[in-house]
Design a protein. Structure first.
Length: 93
């Protein structure tokens, strides 16, 4: 995945749905890119988390993000496998 130091395309919608996302140091998966506007360290475990999101976006990050914002059950279903991948990396270190 490529890391870019910019906001994701839908930052306006994301910030409305998740107000802390606009002030916290967050990263965002957008397709095969990690949008990292605050230049935080992307650790191997975070990379694993975002790679899961990338794969599940299935080449259509705008549709994925629209559903992620609107549907809490979908959001949970997307975060569980991403956190599992993240924890597996942490446990292997």
């Amino acid at each position: 995945m490529k890391i870019v130091f910019e906001q994701p395309p839908m930052i306006g919608e994301i910030a409305i749905a998740f107000p802390l996302a606009s002030v916290q140091k967050s990263i965002f998966c957008w397709g095969d890119r990690i949008c990292n506007p605050h230049r935080i360290e992307v650790t191997p475990s975070l990379m694993a988390h975002e790679e899961v999101h990338s794969g599940r976006q299935n080449g259509d990050p705008a549709t994925w993000w629209a559903r992620y914002i609107a549907d809490p059950e979908f959001r949970l279903a997307e975060e569980i496998p991403a956190h599992i991948a993240e924890v597996k990396v942490l446990l292997s270190q």
